[in-house]
Design a protein around this ligand. Structure first.
Ligand code: UDP
Length: 194
C-alpha cells in the first residue's frame, strides 16, 4: 500500500495491527521509528509551515487521526480503512511493549498528570514497565536525555503539544539510540490520568 498525499502531506493507510506488525519488524532490524498523528488541521498547518510539513512527511507512520482524512480517502477510493487515533495508538503500543517486555518512558505534561497517567496505566495493563518519566517543564535537557538513556526504555511518548513534541523528537532521536519507537502524544497523558 502506498502512502496517500493530502495537499502534499503524507498519510499512512495502515490499521493499528499493521503498524504494530511493521514496527516489530523494524525493532528487530534495530531501526528507530516515529509515529505522528495527522488530522485536517495539521494538514492546513503543514501547508503554512514547511518545517511542519517536512516533519510529518519524514515520520515513519503518519496515522489518520481524524474522520476527515478517512472520508477524504474514501472519496478518492484510497486505502485508509479506519481512523487511527494518537491516544488509541499509544494504548496499543503500551500493550505491545508489555507483551514483548519492552520498557517505556513518558516525557511531558505537568508532574502530577504524567505521574498519575503512569500509575493508572501500570495498574490497568498487566506487565507494563514504565521505566521512567519526566514532566514537560524540566529545564536540564542534558540530564533528561541521560535519564532516558539510563532507563533502558525502548518506547518514548512525548507530550509537549504539537508541533513542539515532534520537533523535540526530531532533534533528539539520534542521541537516544535505545529508543526504537517515538510517538508525540499531545494531550494523551491528560486523557490517561483522568
Ligand atoms: N506541555 C508541556 N510542556 C510545555 C507545553 C505543554 O509538557 O512546555 C504539555 C501540556 O501540559 C499538555 C500537553 O503538553 O499536557 C499537550 O498540550 P496541548 O493540549 O497544548 O497540545 P495539543 O494536544 O493541542 O497538541
Amino acid at each position: 500500500m502506498e502512502k496517500e498525499q493530502y495537499l502534499g502531506v503524507s498519510v499512512s493507510p495502515y490499521t493499528y495491527e499493521e503498524i504494530i506488525d511493521d514496527l516489530q519488524r523494524r525493532i528487530a532490524e534495530g531501526l528507530q521509528s516515529t509515529v505522528i498523528a495527522v488530522n485536517p488541521e495539521k494538514v492546513i498547518t503543514a501547508n503554512r509551515n514547511p518545517v511542519v510539513k517536512e516533519l510529518i512527511n519524514n515520520s515513519t507512520y503518519q496515522i489518520p487521526d481524524g474522520i476527515g482524512i478517512v472520508l477524504a480517502s474514501k472519496m478518492r477510493n484510497g486505502d485508509v480503512r479506519e481512523r487511527v487515533t494518537g491516544v488509541d495508538m499509544m494504548g496499543r503500543l503500551l500493550k505491545f511493549a508489555a507483551d514483548k517486555g519492552h520498557g517505556v518512558f513518558f516525557y511531558g505534561a505537568k508532574e502530577e498528570v504524567v505521574r498519575t497517567a503512569k500509575e493508572k496505566l501500570e495498574a490497568s495493563i498487566p506487565n507494563l514497565r514504565i521505566v521512567g518519566y519526566a514532566n514537560g517543564y524540566v529545564e536540564d535537557q542534558q540530564a533528561l536525555l541521560e535519564q532516558i538513556r539510563e532507563s533502558g526504555a525502548a518506547l518514548l511518548f512525548v507530550a509537549l503539544g504539537s508541533p513542539r513534541q515532534e520537533l523535540w523528537i526530531k532533534d533528539h532521536m539520534a542521541e537516544l539510540p535505545n529508543i526504537k519507537v517515538f510517538q508525540g502524544v499531545g494531550g494523551s497523558f491528560d486523557v490517561y490520568s483522568g
